[in-house]
Design a protein around this ligand. Structure first.
Ligand code: CTP
Length: 405
């Protein structure tokens, strides 16, 4: 989980359902979100911060006045960064405070300090749930655009049977996701993404490779999953773990990647070639035996097939599948990327200068220029997940245009 993934604030208030919030955190993370847990004083009577810390892998906010934390700065930073605030369980007390703008602890102050959408998953005793004060407070919040994940019916901890039980974690996580990521052109779309390096074997122990980590392609795959696409990820041997996707195909060489992509692309509406595919491979294939060292060694290399260009040719000028390639260069990228886009018959080239600080291989950030048919757009230095989101915004626009064509 890296720094650029969307951040969700998870407020937990003091109800018996507080333990279910741990599962909400886990499910949000599974969908590719970072989670910042905020526990109210009463929540801590039901569940300990350590549980959330272990799951979210970040310190839990438990108080506005915690030692070492500049509360004002902390809640403003979080308020700006988070994409949604979800409170589960939301007690009658918290709902009342939100409705009336009372900011007497971190969570209630955070609600006032953010423009991020708020979701509440109420949980309380049936009589409290039906009380006019709670109904009015909920009506106030709903009128303000707050999303309510309705409580379910069933046995309540207090022994009653009725409405007031916290909604199931899956329902809460899904509601958050729908608010952060409404259905768009990629929802239900089939995407093929490649990532990582390829290895071209010289003999049984040696190979030609490159420094690609796979992070850029993985970030694209994960963002596409978040947008509701089905994702086929074709990955070379990467040092980092791939995200959860619909289908993962591991390949080793450029030839294997070529075969996997050409077969997989038949069903795809979009193909994004983020892999650093080897341009050359030892002519005639790998030696069967380990090459003994002696004097200087000369290797004869031959060109690999260009997968992206083959996809471009196979498309015959049709708008689908939308094709996106990368161009890794040292030096200013635009002119060569524009030429490459036309030559390979693709819609978009993501060009980067891999010699620039913080860009390219083996780092968490990237600075790219998107080169399309109608010009280019230079993006600032961003995390790879943020670059992935920008690329997929462009892909969505291309899909919309292709659907109209
Ligand atoms: N690519 C491919 N098949 C290859 C080589 C590259 O599909 N055999 C794809 C890559 O996945 C990437 C794009 O083509 O999307 C990169 O094109 P390439 O011409 O290799 O550009 P650069 O990496 O920028 O390198 P060069 O300096 O050789 O132009």
């Amino acid at each position: 989980m890296s720094a650029g993934e969307p951040l969700i604030g998870l407020g937990v208030s003091g109800g018996i359902g507080a333990y279910k919030a741990v599962e909400v955190a886990r499910l949000l993370q599974k969908r590719g979100y970072r989670v910042q847990a905020i526990l109210t004083r009463h929540a801590r009577k039901f569940i300990g911060p350590l549980t959330f810390e272990a799951i979210t892998r970040r310190p839990v906010i438990t108080s506005q006045w915690a030692a070492g934390m500049n509360a004002d700065i902390e809640h403003i930073a979080l308020a700006t960064e988070m994409r949604a605030l979800v409170v589960a369980p939301a007690t009658a007390n918290v709902i009342g405070k939100f409705a009336h703008g009372i900011a007497d602890d971190f969570l209630s102050a955070l609600y006032l300090a953010t423009r991020a959408p708020l979701l509440i998953a109420p949980a309380m005793n049936t009589v409290m749930w039906e009380h006019a004060a709670v109904r009015e407070n909920l009506a106030t919040l709903t009128a303000r655009g707050v999303h309510v994940v309705e409580p379910g019916e069933g046995y309540l901890a207090c022994g009653w049977i009725g409405t007031g039980r916290l909604a199931e974690p899956e329902e809460i996580a899904e509601a958050v996701h729908r608010v952060v990521c409404p259905a768009g052109p990629l929802t239900g779309c089939h995407l093929l993404v490649t990532a990582g390096p390829t290895r071209e074997d010289i003999d049984p122990v040696r190979y030609l490779g490159n420094r690609s980590s796979g992070r850029m392609g993985f970030a694209i795959a994960q963002e596409a999953m978040r947008r509701g696409a089905t994702v086929h990820l074709v990955a070379g041997p990467t040092p980092v773990e791939p995200p959860a996707v619909t289908t993962l195909t591991r390949v080793r060489s450029a030839a294997e990647m070529h075969a996997a992509v050409m077969a997989g692309a038949v069903q795809a509406a979009v193909v994004i070639m983020a892999a650093a595919v080897a341009d050359y491979t030892p002519a005639g294939g790998a030696h069967g035996d380990k090459i003994d060292k002696g004097g200087p060694l000369t290797l004869t290399l031959e060109r690999t097939a260009d997968i992206l260009a083959d996809l471009g040719r196979r498309r015959h000028g049709a708008p689908m599948p939308v094709l996106v390639g990368f161009a890794a260069q040292t030096g200013p990228p635009v002119a060569r990327a524009a030429e490459k886009r036309v030559r390979k018959q693709v819609d978009l080239i993501v060009a980067n200068d891999v010699s620039a600080e913080g860009a390219g291989f083996d780092v968490e950030t990237n600075q790219v220029t998107l080169v399309g048919a109608s010009g280019h757009e230079a993006l600032p230095l961003m995390s790879k997940p943020a670059v992935a989101a920008a690329i997929l915004d462009r892909v969505e626009a291309l899909l919309t245009a292709a659907a109209r064509a």
